[in-house]
Design a protein around this ligand. Structure first.
Ligand code: ADP
Length: 606
């Protein structure tokens, strides 16, 4: 941020992290203009540290000559009369090579760098560049002098780990411009590599990094100008988790919500989805969990091996805030994560953003709204909660970028409803917005039925929306069969409830058969062992084979006359299927179990 800021206001009041300011008048006697979401710096006269501190704050509300700003740090020592400097910038992040592998706080301060110098979190009043300004990158231009370009057009490429990082014309460029100078070579991110001559004759220097305001979608202007366009999601994001891909799919560029009752396996599930999904880049926003949990995330996650080689961290960005950090930074962290995700999507990559948890984000919003004394809605959340949640998830999606490549941003948000009560406002707003709900249940976790996603409460609108994909890639009857199997689970549950009252004798042979089929489906298909090398991940081709076989066995059981016989049959069948799940696809064991299942499952002999 530029150091030549002017003092344009004075502090008139402090209420936790909300500071009221009064604008000063400029040479013409007018109030200095200030806009909502602009960043200002509060400069306390009394500094605790002895160095001069500048506390970042965002303008929330502007009235005639006055404003309320939200400070991203503790406001200890801030006093009436303290100077306020204006930066003229919105809350923004730096975009460029060097983001991958980083762990940031909500304002894009790199935590690892800080940890080395200052302990785990940043001392007040300091800001560190989000992208290392010293590191050198090799820039290969793709355009020559004289080329006409517009916002978002490809200027050149930079190898960033295993990715080709596209350097694009700044997304806020208006109209067209001409490349007037370009250089190839190895430079720091701030070094100009291209000069553009704008239509008004001005020259603009372009480096490998650009800043973008986090509250504005990266592609807003590109979409408006028609340089880039939104597409409907067309295919699933394959996670290799059977229960998700087959039963409750998430689209590439789609949205999903996972509620997380404590201990229900949310962390393990997020780890699995991050590791195995067919996305290029993963962005994790760990928003406001307890400090210990966040430390766990950022120390464990980087070491997870990536099934594609290297470590997962090579293609991950983590944004993390603990509940001990100021609420404003917590609220901002989700936007920082989304903006970075959108940036890589605009290069044509498939990006997955996991926001954990959006409840903490909403609570931060509630606290701020309360301090501003806005009219509260349900449970004191602001009345605009619903639209804020919707606006967040709307930043997910699939886009065709300037050069015709297609990128996606899939957004999975977890919610942590108090006491597992899904009726609370954040969960309800989220459920009205997302297209997949993966309802983790404490009860299933207690029975160790992992992943503890409850098939009776979960749903996915993508099953219908992506029907063509399933029909073309898997089978014509795929979606119908899946729906039939979900129905079977439901029927099995009803019989089970009946049996709890009447005992096994109280239900018919047919009902008992239904119950056993549902159990089998649950045990061998819905449940999946995250800690077994083979079972942890089932590629879609294997799911297709397994599901087909299982449905055939469930649809055509051998003739059985006694419940005892039915029970024994399914115990053996489930055992065989489980063994199959634990066998490598190309192994002799796999072939053998397959054969045994065919024989036992379809004829009863075995
Ligand atoms: P949460 O984050 O919801 O508190 P965790 O993800 O840490 O819960 O899971 C708690 C425990 O449950 C794990 O330590 C593990 O033993 C078990 N578990 C969770 N998910 C699975 C899974 N998919 N497969 C096997 N075990 C699991």
């Amino acid at each position: 941020m530029s150091s030549a800021n002017t003092v344009t206001a004075r502090v008139t009041g402090v209420h936790d992290d909300i500071v009221s300011i009064r604008m000063l008048r400029d040479a013409e006697g007018e109030f200095y203009p200030l806009t909502k979401n602009e960043v200002v710096l509060i400069c306390p006269k009394r500094s605790e540290t002895g160095r001069s501190e500048k506390l970042q704050a965002e303008v929330l509300r502007v009235r005639h000559g006055e404003a309320d700003v939200q400070v991203f740090e503790t406001t200890r020592g801030v006093a009436i009369g303290d100077a306020v400097e204006q930066t003229g910038q919105m809350l923004s992040v730096a975009l460029g090579p060097g983001l991958l592998g980083q762990v940031y706080d909500g304002l894009q301060n790199p935590l690892e760098l800080i940890a080395g110098q200052h302990g785990f979190f940043l001392p007040r009043g300091l800001a560190v560049d989000g992208i290392d300004q010293q590191q050198k990158w090799s820039f290969q231009p793709v355009l020559k002098v004289g080329a006409r370009v517009k916002a978002g057009d490809l200027l050149g490429r930079v190898p960033e780990g295993k990715f080709s990082h596209k350097i694009m014309v700044p997304f806020n460029l208006r109209g067209e411009a001409e490349v007037s100078w370009v250089q190839e070579g190895t430079f720091s991110v701030a070094t100009p590599v291209v000069r553009l001559r704008l239509d008004n004759g001005e020259e603009r220097e372009i480096s490998m990094q650009q800043r973008w305001p986090v509250r504005v979608p990266v592609n807003r202007d590109l979409l408006r100008e028609g340089h880039s366009r939104r597409l409907f999601p067309q295919q699933p994001m394959l996670t290799s988790i059977r229960l998700i891909d087959t039963f409750f799919p998430v689209a590439l560029g789609g949205t999903a919500c996972i509620p997380g009752p404590f201990g229900a396996g949310k962390t393990v599930l997020q780890g699995l989805i991050s590791r195995y999904s067919n996305v290029d880049i993963v962005v994790i926003v760990a928003c406001g969990e307890r400090a210990g949990e966040v430390v766990e995330t950022i120390t464990e996650f980087p070491n997870l091996p990536d099934p594609r080689g290297g470590t997962l961290m090579d293609r991950t960005v983590i944004i993390c805030n603990t509940s001990s950090m100021p609420v404003a930074a917590r609220e901002a962290s989700i936007y920082t994560g989304i903006t970075i995700s959108e940036y890589y999507r605009q290069m044509g990559y498939n990006v997955l953003l996991i926001a954990d948890s959006t409840s903490r984000w909403a609570q931060a919003m509630r606290e701020t709204s309360g301090r501003l004394e806005e009219i509260p809605g349900e449970e004191a959340f602001p009345a605009y909660l619903d639209s804020a949640v919707r606006a967040l998830y709307e930043r997910a999606g699939m886009v065709e970028t300037n050069d015709g490549s297609v990128g996606s941003l899939t957004l999975i948000g977890t919610v942590s409803p108090a006491g597992g009560n899904f009726e609370e406002p954040v969960t309800q707003s989220t459920l009205r917005t997302v297209k997949t709900f993966l309802g983790l249940s404490a009860e299933r976790a207690y029975k160790r039925a992992y992943p503890a996603v409850d098939p009776l409460i979960s749903w996915s609108r993508y099953l219908d929306q992506l029907e063509d994909w399933f029909a073309n890639e898997l089978s014509d009857s795929w979606v119908a069969q899946v729906k039939r199997m979900i129905e079977l689970v439901r029927e099995g549950e009803q019989v089970q409830q009946m049996m709890q009252v009447t005992g096994e004798e109280g239900v018919t042979l047919d009902d008992y058969l239904t119950f056993q089929k549902a159990q089998c489906l649950d045990q061998v298909y819905l449940q999946q062992d995250a800690f077994d090398d083979v079972d942890a991940s089932t590629p879609i081709s294997r799911q297709q084979e397994l599901f087909g076989l299982l449905v055939r066995c469930l649809d055509n059981p051998p003739v059985m006359e006694e419940k005892e016989q039915v029970r024994e049959h399914f115990v053996r069948l489930s055992g065989l299927f489980r063994n199959l799940n634990y066998s490598r696809h190309d192994s002799p064991d796999y072939a053998r179990y397959l054969k045994e299942i065919e024989t036992l499952g379809l004829t009863g002999a075995g």
